[in-house]
Design a protein around this ligand. Structure first.
Ligand code: SF4
Length: 317
């Protein structure tokens, strides 16, 4: 998947007072085959909007999405393309309980997907596929059949929603905060599942998260977003263990450590003065960057390549 110059601008307010919000600002990245690529950052940084554009839930203001070498337009695609891409790119959402209708048995969704997309034409064939995908996520067919969503725990249901996403043998899974509503003790098992799927099936994953711990554990590469921009992109080990951008450094410091004396509480929200600064030209982080220089307030920084990592910061000029 290649994302080129992707921008999404929302306009909010009434006809008397309108505000433009640049949710995604000229974002570029690509995801390779069998790669786990993470978009990380705090709420409102643009990572979920980027995922929604890739899934066709939002229309980009500008930019291109190229999938397997072909430009795709998920909002204006025809039925044939829609079905084709539905098989190729699947999604796993944050809350597994909102993925399924509480009044409908979960297995019905599986049969429906297989029959509607022409993947199976008999119940026997469908059952074979379902059993295989459930076993990939560690759920048995017996414990799954004829049950309503409320009969599963959050962790089980999230595994089931991943199994459902696998029914079409997708090449890419877009997983938007897939563990944030799962019990802390089960998070790593879900994250491990993505690693297994990558290794067993060659599936690529776009992992969207604000949780740097799971991001570090699961990702091959990571892009850190701030106010619509990717500010640092590179191998997960380098970005998270030797962060170069001052914002990544701040995020990294905010990860709680098992040392009670260690400071971890940081302020991510911008004050009004900082917001005003952000709306002006220059680096969007200048209002709170401890290393800001004159140039930072005048010109937006370009990307500099430092030790295999792209960093959007004048410090690396
Ligand atoms: Fe800080 Fe300047 Fe780098 Fe922005 S460009 S992060 S203000 S040093």
């Amino acid at each position: 998947l290649e994302i080129k110059n992707l921008t999404k601008i929302f306009t909010i307010g009434s006809i008397f007072s309108r505000t433009r919000i640049v949710a995604v600002d000229n974002v570029n990245f690509d995801i390779n085959e069998a790669e786990i690529f993470t978009l990380a950052g705090e709420s409102g940084c643009g990572k979920t909007t980027t995922a929604k554009i890739i899934l066709g839930f939002e229309e980009p203001t500008s930019g291109e999405i190229i999938y397997k070498g072909r430009k795709i337009d998920r909002v204006h695609q025809n039925e044939k393309e829609r079905r084709e891409l539905l098989k190729e790119i699947q999604a796993v959402f944050q809350n597994p309980f909102s993925t399924f209708n509480p009044l409908r048995k979960v297995d019905r969704y599986f049969y429906e997907t297989l029959f509607n997309l022409g993947i199976a034409d008999t119940k026997k064939k469908a059952e074979e596929i379902i059993k295989e995908k459930l076993s990939a996520v560690g759920i048995s067919f017996e414990e799954f059949s004829e049950k309503y969503p409320s009969e599963f725990s959050g962790g089980q249901l999230q595994r089931i929603s991943i199994a459902r996403a696998l029914l079409t043998n997708p090449s890419l899974l877009v997983a938007d905060e897939p563990v944030s509503m799962v019990d802390a003790s089960l998070r790593m098992s879900i994250v491990n599942l993505f690693k297994d799927l990558k290794e067993q099936y060659g599936v690529s994953v776009l992992y969207i998260t604000h949780d740097l711990t799971t991001a570090y554990y699961v990702s091959d590469r990571i892009a850190v977003m701030f106010r619509g921009n990717i500010v640092e992109l590179g191998p997960a080990e380098k970005v998270l263990m030797e962060p170069k951008h001052p914002y990544t450094q701040l995020l990294r410091e905010s990860v709680p450590e098992p040392d009670p004396k260690k400071k971890w509480d940081i302020r991510i929200k911008l004050s009004e003065t900082e917001q005003a600064e952000y709306l002006r030209q220059g680096c969007k982080f200048a209002g709170r960057c401890p290393k800001a220089m004159d140039i930072c307030r005048k010109e937006p920084p370009p990307y500099f390549e430092v030790d295999g990592v792209q960093v959007k910061c004048w410090l690396y000029r």
